[in-house]
Design a protein around this ligand. Structure first.
Ligand SMILES: [Fe+2]
Ligand SMILES: [Fe+2]
Length: 163
């Protein structure tokens, strides 16, 4: 097992108690086929976001629902296409729209495959704030994912450059 594989194996073990039905059901593993950025797949990215959100919530001593946070974070980018290649061919929009459109696509896919709570839906729908300026998060879990998503993206970018 490479160091990278070991890392994601450990992360999955840590999250399994909260998200077994996410890992085992739906199309979760399909996210491993698509690159989010650099060398990081979308599946790896959502696992980083879930991990960072939990660490952030704990470090700030915020009271939050760990299960909903982990599940929402794991599904926040469940759009299931390679946005570099295909963007959003179905409705013919160019890839520059990906940032605005993918939360709704992720939510639609996630609702087809899983039962979601109100907070889990909110995490997926509003995670691109402030790009989607009117989608302001209204629960702590969604705020944690907004912050963790940006942090994960930056750290993945550097890991990809230096590894
Ligand atoms: Fe996203
Ligand atoms: Fe993301």
């Amino acid at each position: 097992m490479t160091e990278r594989e070991q890392k994601y194996f450990e992360l999955e073990k840590k999250m399994r108690p909260y998200a077994a039905r996410i890992f085992d059901g739906g199309r979760f593993d399909e996210m491993d086929k698509n690159i989010q950025h650099g060398k990081t797949t979308t599946k790896q990215h959502v696992m980083n976001v879930a991990d960072i959100s939990m660490k952030l919530g704990d470090a700030l001593h915020i009271q939050y629902s760990k299960g909903e946070l982990v599940r929402g974070a794991l599904l926040h980018d469940y759009f299931l296409y390679d946005w570099h290649e295909r963007a959003n061919e179905e409705n013919g929009r160019p890839k520059s729209f990906h940032g605005f459109l993918h939360p709704d696509i992720a939510l639609k896919n996630a609702e087809e495959d899983y039962y979601l709570s109100k907070r889990e839906r909110e995490i997926i729908k509003n995670h691109m704030w402030p790009l989607t300026i009117t989608r302001v998060p209204t629960c702590r879990e969604a705020w944690l994912v907004v912050a963790a998503d940006k942090m994960a993206t930056i750290s993945e970018f550097f890991v990809d450059i230096f590894s």
